[in-house]
Ligand binder design. Structure first.
Ligand SMILES: Cc1cc2nc3c(=O)[nH]c(=O)nc-3n(C[C@H](O)[C@H](O)[C@H](O)COP(=O)(O)OP(=O)(O)OC[C@H]3O[C@@H](n4cnc5c(N)ncnc54)[C@H](O)[C@@H]3O)c2cc1C
Length: 475
């Protein structure tokens, strides 16, 4: 049987995962990425002054990223992950007290409770409230939450007995790291999903996994190599301008260059704002599937890279309660490098109030806070610095937004929409991106790779473009 062809638009985690999954099913793939490099929102670039590769932002995985871990194993990239033997999250409380969250090896939810009981900066009332939270998570796992999840994270945590102090010192850094938004903006349902996935599964699921190489080595390079060795076509610098639709089927995609490319199946793996530009205008207005995308919003991340002549942090990373910079990462420890310069990356998530500040203003905030947190900072000499702003880092999980995230199967028969922001039941993360690809490919396989609608038109005109009846392979 002649193999089917699939055209994938976008070369981030979602698009590359779809290519790997479809390759395994014998598809002939062509992937088009508009930028000169693959990786999407997870990439690294060369800092010429310091001579090393810098990530666009620190990326963390957890053991519950089952689809991502399988994918990275398949493409030979799992060796670029630092997988610890247990869960350990160093924290510094608002009062400057170092502590650590170490879930115990007891079965869930006792593992979570065990971890909380050892945390400093929480009083006994806070800890008692956690028993209530543990019970609530069990209810959630059974699909029977007792407290409404259509409220924001802050309100939900208050309902389940978490004091302001517990929220500042523990829940806020966790919410910002996992949902990339303010607990007063983010919907409780998403935090609950993270807690159930991370803490009510196996003990492995809660481990924090960090890439121990620049992001390009984790995804862009190995994925491209894996696919090209198998004869698949991965093209960068190829921007898709429009998708042409007729009789409920995508007939082809038009590149910025004017070239038209056709395939049996089409997969969009671009951010929601980019997808809205690709879809013919009439469909955006008439189809709630596309129209709802206009309600989605992005949330920014600011990363502050600082290179010192001394090592400031004792651990590979640390979460900070009650400060503007939420997490610091010790890149030398993560990359197992013990020589100067010592690279510290500070992360501000949900960074709406910071993204328009100047680099100098952001640097001042980070340096002032560092001085108060790490004793060695006072004597350290700053060698180099770099601020990276990602204005559209992730989908904002604002209350109500779940209803607008579309499923992967679009209203067009041969067209799937994937990406971290599509409906996966997870926050917009790497795992959500990979899972979205898995869901699309599983659906395609389930439908026996066949179109479900009536016969294709022989000739048709849509958006001023004539299409012929040639067999649907690449042109
Ligand atoms: C600073 C930062 C920190 C993060 N930290 C974490 C973390 O710790 N853990 C975690 O799990 N996630 C994290 N994320 C989120 C993670 O990066 C994303 O969830 C993931 O990379 C999204 O992958 P994607 O394939 O869905 O989308 P994208 O990576 O956005 O890929 C879409 C691709 O489509 C391309 N494209 C767009 N339009 C067109 C067009 N017209 N034609 C062709 N190509 C097009 C784009 O150039 C892009 O390469 C972070 C993100 C940022 C920015």
């Amino acid at each position: 049987m002649k193999s089917k062809s699939a055209l994938i638009i976008g070369g981030g985690f979602a698009g590359l995962s779809a290519a790997v999954f479809l390759d395994a099913l014998g598809f002939k793939i062509r992937l088009l990425e508009k930028k000169p490099i693959l990786g999407g929102r997870a990439y690294s670039f060369l800092d010429k002054k310091i001579g090393s590769w810098v990530d666009n932002g620190q990326h963390l995985l957890i053991g519950a990223y089952h689809e991502t871990l399988k994918l990275l194993e398949n493409i030979g990239a799992k060796r670029h992950l630092l997988i610890p033997s247990k869960t350990e999250v160093p924290l510094i409380t608002e009062e400057g007290q170092p502590t650590s969250f170490n879930p115990s090896s007891l079965p869930p939810p006792l593992n979570l409770l065990g971890g909380f009981l050892k945390l400093k900066g929480l009083n006994w009332r806070d800890k008692w409230g956690l028993v209530k939270l543990g019970r609530e998570l069990q209810n959630l796992k059974k699909g029977k939450p007792r407290f409404p999840l259509d409220q924001n994270v802050d309100e939900w945590l208050e309902d389940v007995g978490q004091s302001q102090r517990a929220r500042t010192n523990f829940w806020d850094p966790l919410t910002l790291a996992t949902l990339n938004d303010d607990p007063k903006v983010a919907g409780a349902g998403m935090l609950a999903a993270v807690l159930v996935k991370g803490f009510l599964g196996s003990n492995f699921d809660s481990r924090l996994i960090i890439p121990n190489s620049p992001l390009n080595d984790l995804l862009a390079k190995p994925a491209r190599e894996y696919l090209e060795i198998r004869g698949q076509k991965i093209e960068t610098g190829m921007s898709v301008k429009k998708i042409h639709v007729l009789d409920n089927q995508v007939q082809g995609v038009e590149l910025e260059s004017g070239e038209l490319i056709r395939a049996d199946y089409y997969i969009s793996a671009v951010p929601f704002a980019s997808l809205l530009r690709l879809i013919p205008e009439g469909f955006v207005e008439s189809e709630p599937y596309f129209c709802n995308l206009k309600k989605l919003k992005n949330s920014p991340i600011v990363s502050i890279n600082l290179w010192f002549d001394q090592d400031l942090l004792d651990s590979p990373f640390v979460g900070i309660g009650g400060k503007k910079v939420h997490w610091y990462f010790n890149k030398n420890k993560i990359y197992d490098e013990s020589h100067p310069p010592y690279h510290v990356m500070g992360v501000i998530s949900g960074a709406y109030q910071f993204v328009d500040l100047s680099k100098d203003e952001i640097m001042k905030i980070a340096l002032d806070e560092l001085g108060g947190l790490f004793p060695k900072a006072g004597k350290a000499h700053l060698i180099h610095s770099l601020v990276n702003k990602e204005r559209k880092a992730t989908l904002s999980p604002q209350v109500g937004s779940e209803a607008w995230r579309p499923p992967q199967k679009s209203p067009f028969d041969n067209f799937y929409v994937i990406g971290d922001w599509t409906s996966t039941g997870l926050p917009a993360t790497i795992e959500s991106a990979v899972l979205s690809a898995r869901l699309a490919v599983d659906d395609l396989e389930k439908r026996g790779f066949s179109f479900s609608s009536g016969p294709r038109s022989q000739t048709g005109r849509e958006d001023g473009l004539f299409l012929n009846k040639e067999s649907p392979t690449f042109q």
